[in-house]
Design a protein around this ligand. Structure first.
Ligand code: ASP
Ligand code: MG
Length: 404
């Protein structure tokens, strides 16, 4: 008998019909003789609607109360789905995170899972029940509800799969797998039969929205057998694993991130310790910096530019301006009409010329590159936001053909 964790996203449970559809998939898995743990997200746009509701009351609600509010969305889904299963004659029980014992740290709105108690779920499985667990939520040591950050239900599912040593963790969504790029931008994007954890992690952190990146990190750490599948069509999805197709030379995909901005500090002193002071200040402010470029300016001065999430710009500027006299720079410029386009592929480590091929595609499309940054299996370029979709298409066509 296998243990399977199945996670269904918000669009897969958006209304009664979709919940019945999901219950059907769960019922089939159960009737095939498996133990099933199900993790659900909130229905449709529920989480966004709850955030709007909060802001009707307060511009700046406390994070504890936000988590109390947002965690209700997932509880609606699991209760409704348990009812749908009961209706089909399948024994089921829904459990909130505090009932399971999904223990997290204290950080409201972005909590990390520390431990999962197994007893309650195990005893329900032993009673031959399908166990439905509310995704996205946990409980901290004060017994208060926490949430895991937007998109966190994927992480709930993988954490449960790891804790129960599940044979398979299926992430059901409204797309049928991981594509070489967003099919809405490039219609000839193709579905990948498999992808490595590292590639998936890079794609997820570079803007591909299929999976919560912490879920992939966890899957890699605990070697969870993971797959992304469609809840609407029953066909094979994408397997996420340690090694995929060893001889593969092409890249795995192209990702776009339009939620970033660039800050430049102009006219810094060209003396030791400047970069250290700038970035430790930002680090203490919990601001995650991505690409960094330092250039030498006029008369021994230098400029430092870096990219960061657009949502953090005002806080970063505030911190830097506050220290203007100690950091000793001339002025700050902020550019937020930019985008990052990345290619990702494990084969890059052993195949020369991959970056050049990307740059050539951009050159042929007459797109100017402002910054470049790389990891072992990724090359990212910073470009004007208005060129972003064109760039994704040009680069994708170069690596995967035009499909014609
Ligand atoms: N409902 C939460 C969100 O919208 C968590 C999730 O869907 O994974 O972010
Ligand atoms: Mg999601």
């Amino acid at each position: 008998m296998n243990l399977i964790v199945q996670k269904f996203g918000g669009s897969s449970v958006r209304d009664a019909d979709r919940i019945r559809n999901v219950a059907g998939i769960i019922a089939d898995t159960y009737k095939a003789g498996n133990n099933v743990i199900v993790v659900l997200s909130a229905q449709g746009d529920t989480t966004d609607d709850l955030i709007d509701k909060a802001h009707e009351i307060s511009p700046n609600p406390s994070k504890r109360e936000m988590d109390m509010l947002l965690s209700t969305g997932e509880q609606i889904s699991i209760a409704l789905c348990a009812m749908a299963l009961e209706q089909m004659g399948i024994p089921a029980v829904s459990l909130a995170a505090w009932q399971v014992g999904i223990q997290t740290n204290r950080t409201y709105s972005n909590a990390r899972i520390k431990r999962i108690d197994r007893e309650r779920i195990q005893s329900e499985l032993d009673r031959k029940k399908v166990v439905l667990v509310a995704g996205f939520q946990g409980v901290n040591r004060y017994g208060d509800v926490t949430t895991l950050g937007r998109g966190g239900s994927d992480t709930s599912a993988v954490a449960l799969a790891a804790a129960f040593n599940a044979d398979l963790c299926q992430i059901y969504t409204d797309v049928d797998g991981v594509y070489t790029t967003d099919p809405r931008i490039v219609p000839n994007a193709v579905k990948l039969p498999e992808i490595t954890y590292d590639e998936m992690l890079e794609l997820a952190s570079q803007g591909a929205q299929v999976l919560h990146n912490r879920s992939v990190e966890l899957a890699k750490k605990y070697n969870v057998n993971m797959e992304v599948v469609s809840s609407l069509e029953r066909k094979p999805g994408t397997k996420v694993k340690e090694v995929a197709n060893m001889e593969k030379t092409n890249i795995a995909g192209v990702a776009k991130d339009t939620s970033i901005a660039r800050i430049a500090l102009v006219g810094l002193e060209h003396t030791p310790g400047v970069a250290f002071r700038v970035f430790s200040l930002l680090g203490k402010g919990n601001i995650n910096v991505d690409a960094i470029i330092q250039s030498i300016g006029r008369e021994g001065s230098k400029d430092i530019s870096f990219t960061l999430p657009r949502a953090d710009v005002s806080e970063a500027v505030r911190l830097l301006e506050e220290q203007k006299s100690t950091l000793n720079f001339d002025h700050i410029t902020v550019e937020d009409q930019i985008a990052k386009v990345s290619i990702v592929g494990a084969g890059m480590m052993t195949t020369p010329g991959v970056a050049a091929k990307m740059f050539e595609a951009l050159y042929d499309a007459n797109i100017n590159i402002q910054m470049i940054n790389t990891s072992e299996i990724r090359v990212s370029v910073l470009i004007d936001q208005e060129d972003a979709d064109r760039a994704v298409k040009a680069v994708h066509d170069r690596f995967f053909g035009t499909g014609e």
